[in-house]
Design a protein around this ligand. Sequence first.
Ligand SMILES: *Cc1c(COP(=O)(O)O)cnc(C)c1O
Length: 386
Amino acid sequence: MIALHEPVFSGREWRYLKECLDSGWVSSSGGFVDRFEETARGALGARHAVAVVNGTAALHLALRAAGVSRDCEVLVPSLTFIATANAAAYLGAVPRFVDCEGTTLGMDPDSVADYLRLKARLSAGACVDKDSGRRIAACVPVHAFGHPARLDRIIEVCGRWRIPVVEDAAESLGSTFQGKAAGTFGLLGCLSFNGNKIITTGGGGMVVTSDRRLAALVRHLSTQAKADPATYRHDMVGYNYRLPGINAALGCAQLEALDAFVQKKRRIAGWYREALSGAKGLSLLWEPPQSRSNFWLNTVLADSPARARALMKRLASRAVECRAPWKPCHLQGIHEPLSAGTLGVCERVWRTAFNVPSSASLSRDDVRRVGRLLSPKRDAGRGSRP
Ligand SMILES: *Cc1c(COP(=O)(O)O)cnc(C)c1O
């Protein structure tokens, strides 16, 4: 069986976990949380980092810190994990879904620009939707499968319309755009360390920002907004969202391996490219321009839904785990299907793309095996080559 994505624990994981247990500080008060934040800050080149219980909590707090509140709208790509849209809904805000680009699978900045030009107005420095009358309080680009969205253009368009950008960088730790870490372009950025991400803390997340005030607010909200620990005085309705030390201990060891994971994943992507070159009706989603991608999950694009379905079935029957992208949010039936422009690209991607195994532990032979299943003609030709 070749899994879609498995974690690799071959560094100091045991050592740090033992240190954490031996110290007795398994909750958030031990030194590992600070150390994890400090190391992550360094890895990203971010000014401030706040570790939280998961990526969804990171999005929730980041959106709140960005000023999202009840009856606002939040621009979200429809092709994303549901958490991106849910985080807006937790605050009583309404997600408005944007199409993705075929080249990055990230939010299409031109759709956003066209939509705002037609439907938005600036009112007292805030962007308001002319039809709904609601404030467009944030825009959340997602770096799908690790590939950075077109950040320069997204930042420019949202800047012009005074819309704060909160990056969902849950999948893109280790990726850069124009040499700068994905997650550090927006007002705030959110990471996830779930078990299937490029590094894991079991469950975990992080908010990064260069704004000291916002970092303090996120930290405050993540610890029940406790204004005075001695007297249990709280000055806001906060959340119990702080990352426990035992998870951070795991994270410290995983972060030490991040560069090696990215390097290995880039090699795996290269092997897939080789294995799929000339494959009929298939292409591999490649690194977007101006980006260095972590290639978290490799994505194969088929020329028809029927071909994608047939190939996924074949992989599954040969014990190779694969998966279609998320069902677009606007089709889920749990959020109002409000859109900003058309959503044809993400619907097509949903039906024609699929993710293939991408663990950092994969060998070249594993990738070749997957490649032969996807491109049997090459397989048949192999023996007859002189
Ligand atoms: C994983 C993920 C999240 C949520 O992270 P959790 O840690 O699972 O809560 C949010 N957005 C995207 C795009 C993700 O892949």
